[in-house]
Design a binder for this molecule. Structure first.
Ligand SMILES: CC(C)(COP(=O)(O)OP(=O)(O)OC[C@H]1O[C@@H](n2cnc3c(N)ncnc32)[C@H](O)[C@@H]1OP(=O)(O)O)[C@@H](O)C(=O)NCCC(=O)NCCS
Length: 213
């Protein structure tokens, strides 16, 4: 992925070609309903059991609260805007709460069902990586269902490598499912010491705030 590792280049390159109509921008409260609809579509399909899904249902208020928390921590929460429609979204949260893990994030990405396989993931994920690297974070972790070919391909195309295989950690469609753990270094990764002991988010460069603040 050409953008990887260049934490200084904050803005994704100007698009050309089939995805030229996509703008990657911070999400806002106005995007909540669209993001929930995308999430519900994928979770319903992912679990294959409406009963289990209902217990775990994401409500707009949950997402609003989550966005607020992330804004406070200055973590990116991005949408792919295609002609005014939310065509996908992506965000990162701390990998673990304990301070030793403060330079590591885990992330999620969802693309609208009507916009799949159109290159939106390939725009959103590099933008998320750039925003997290710009915040001073050093590693990004993802967990992907081992049968999710699209997500595995997307992550590998964006510089993630497979670092673990977790057998039978999921249960859906009446059977156990495996997860693949993927990891991508951000910026200089583990090549050097973090420049400061302060919260990495404070290193966000003014004028390139992806959190919508
Ligand atoms: C995974 C997901 C985000 C990919 O987004 P997308 O916009 O459809 O992906 P893109 O069109 O940018 O394609 C990215 C790469 O994956 C490949 N790809 C896309 N869909 C694919 C599919 N169904 N099977 C195999 N490869 C696929 C593309 O060819 C492309 O590879 P390339 O860069 O080598 O050409 C999207 O499928 C999605 O939202 N899935 C449901 C939610 C989900 O699984 N999220 C990830 C959880 S870990």
């Amino acid at each position: 992925m050409e953008e990887m590792g260049s934490a200084g280049a904050l803005a994704p390159p100007e698009p050309s070609g089939p995805c030229a109509d996509i703008v990657i921008r911070p999400s806002s409260d106005a995007d909540l309903a669209a993001m929930v609809a995308i999430y519900e579509h994928h979770i319903r399909r992912g679990v294959g059991d409406v009963g289990e899904f209902e217990e775990d249902r994401l409500l707009p208020d949950d997402l609003r609260r989550r966005r607020k928390t992330m804004r406070k921590k200055r973590l990116p929460h991005l949408v792919a805007d295609r002609n005014g429609q939310v065509a996908g979204y992506a965000y990162a949260v701390p990998f673990r709460k304990r301070p030793a893990y403060r330079y590591t994030l885990k992330h999620s990405i969802y693309v609208h069902p009507e916009h799949l396989h159109a290159g939106i993931g390939r725009r959103l994920l590099p933008a998320l990586i750039e925003a997290c690297a710009a915040g001073g974070y050093r590693q990004m972790i993802g967990y992907i269902d081992s049968e999710n070919a699209a997500s595995l391909r997307l992550h590998e195309a964006c510089g993630f490598v497979r670092v673990g295989h977790l057998p039978a950690v999921g249960y859906k469609y009446g059977r156990w499912s495996d997860s693949v753990m993927v990891q991508c270094p951000l910026g200089s990764g583990s090549d050097d010491q973090p420049s400061t002991w302060q919260k990495p988010v404070e290193a966000l460069v003014a004028g390139h705030d992806w959190t919508g603040n």
